[in-house]
Design a protein. Structure first.
Length: 111
């Protein structure tokens, strides 16, 4: 969980900063809070779903289903509560989720 937060929160803020974003720090704090909250919500869900789907799907099929579902839900949270446009919210959800998965995979393979 800490690894997920360590990847998704700073990356999410950095990527959001690439576009136009208000200078008011309350917007940045709100986005940081949403990034933390979405990880706290989706991380346990992803692990539980992985176990539940194990008898039914191959490992890579499980990864695909879970990661798409998590990225979509995180994008929805970023859009609605992070006050991003739908495109930016879902795009940011996809970027941070892919990065988090990639780092986790590297730790699994080489850590």
């Amino acid at each position: 969980m800490l690894l997920t937060l360590a990847v998704e929160v700073p990356l999410g803020l950095a990527v959001a900063g690439l576009g136009r974003w208000p200078a008011d720090r309350r917007h940045w704090l709100r986005l940081a809070a949403v990034l933390v909250a979405m990880s706290l919500i989706t991380h346990p869900f992803a692990w539980t779903l992985n176990v539940d789907l194990a008898p039914h799907l191959s490992p890579w099929a499980r990864v695909a289903v879970i990661e798409v579902a998590v990225a979509a839900f995180e994008g929805l949270l970023l859009w609605r509560f992070g006050r991003l446009t739908p495109a930016r919210g879902f795009g940011l959800g996809a970027v941070v989720n892919a990065a988090s998965f990639g780092v986790g995979l590297l730790f699994f393979l080489y850590g």
